[in-house]
Design a protein around this ligand. Structure first.
Ligand SMILES: [Ca+2]
Ligand SMILES: [Ca+2]
Length: 333
């Protein structure tokens, strides 16, 4: 949702808040029932702990439903469903007091980064994604072996690529381990690759992410990509051009065609195959989102995370839950 459409964000928030409050009432009713059930137990401390756990779980569930509602309305109220780094839904809920807890919810878009699982598509290397990653690594003066080793991790064979590494290589480690012959499941798994030292992993963290791919490849959102990643789209995109697209984090192309028509990009757009290749890599939407819910209670702070995917109508479904973040958030924005 474009924040330039003033007046819409409060309406979203009000509706989301109404739903959240309704859910909180359910949570409190449930906690009351829990109290009655455990009222006969002698172990009051244990009873209290379990009650808090249940309450926190219900509150976290309520925050996820709130997130889903806010995201759906964002699309419903937009003529052209596109997302930027200034969208209202990124504001979240901060420290909202409820009966016996304080709850916070935060949503973080995950389409500013390159999804390494896109490197292997439909039983073969995806050349547009491989080329993109090689350009990004070159811009960062990093070894292109990183891309080969990622592909070997993903591909089902045991034939190492020119600078790659398969099971036989990692078997020599102590302790030894195997490649996945399938998608990466978490960003930290990248550190298992021979070419990725802790220092390199840290430098890559803002630019790479691990998202599940079912169906078409995930696409990066041109509105939220940092300048270095915009440069990696094509060798002809210079730092000034990348900065003019980035617009200090204020970019908001409604459609990819608006991007193709932007001054410096227009010349490239006339080249054969440029638009088709870009359409495989980028879009103007944020489809994957990390939701963080924090529930502060008397004696405990419970933080949980969910990875959400938005459908074409803006509604969100939970792909994964975790007690640790999916993304090292807010390094760039
Ligand atoms: Ca392999
Ligand atoms: Ca291989």
């Amino acid at each position: 949702m474009n924040m330039g459409r003033s007046g819409e964000a409060p309406r979203h928030k009000q509706s989301g808040m109404a739903m959240l409050m309704a859910l909180l009432l359910v949570a409190l009713a449930s906690a009351l029932a829990t109290s009655l059930w455990y009222g006969t137990s002698a172990d009051l401390a244990r009873m209290n702990y379990i009650k808090q756990q249940l309450q926190a779980k219900h509150l976290a569930h309520g925050l996820m439903l709130w997130a889903s509602d806010v995201l759906r309305q964002d699309y419903e109220n937009d003529d052209t469903p596109s997302d930027g780094a200034q969208d209202g839904w990124l504001q979240g809920i901060q420290n909202m007091p409820v009966e016996s807890a304080t709850v916070s919810g935060r949503l973080t878009g995950m389409n500013h980064c390159f999804n390494v699982n896109n490197l292997w598509r439909d039983g073969q290397v995806s050349e547009p994604h491989h080329d993109y990653l090689n350009r990004l690594l070159s811009l960062m003066s990093l070894d292109l072996a990183i891309a080969d080793q990622m592909i070997d991790w993903l591909d089902p064979d045991q034939l190492p690529r020119p600078q790659g590494a398969e099971n036989s290589h990692y078997a020599g480690r102590s302790p030894g381990y195997h490649t996945a012959s399938g998608p990466f499941l978490h960003q930290n798994q990248l550190m298992l690759l021979d070419a990725i030292t802790p220092e390199i992993h840290q430098s890559l963290q803002p630019y790479l992410c691990v998202l599940p791919v079912r169906g078409p490849a995930t696409r990066m959102n041109i509105n939220t990509m940092p300048p270095l990643m915009i440069r990696a789209l094509h060798n002809s995109i210079t730092p000034p051009v990348a900065n003019s697209i980035y617009q200090d984090g204020q970019a908001h192309f409604n459609r990819l065609n608006d991007f193709f028509q932007k001054g410096e990009i227009q010349i490239l757009s006339n080249q054969t195959g440029f638009k088709e290749r870009m359409e495989q890599l980028i879009s103007t939407q944020t489809t994957h989102i990390e939701a963080q819910s924090s529930v502060q209670m008397e004696n405990s702070l419970q933080i949980s995370y969910a990875l959400l995917r938005r459908a074409n109508d803006g509604s969100a479904m939970i792909l994964q839950r975790s007690q640790s973040p999916f993304l090292v958030a807010n390094q760039l924005n």
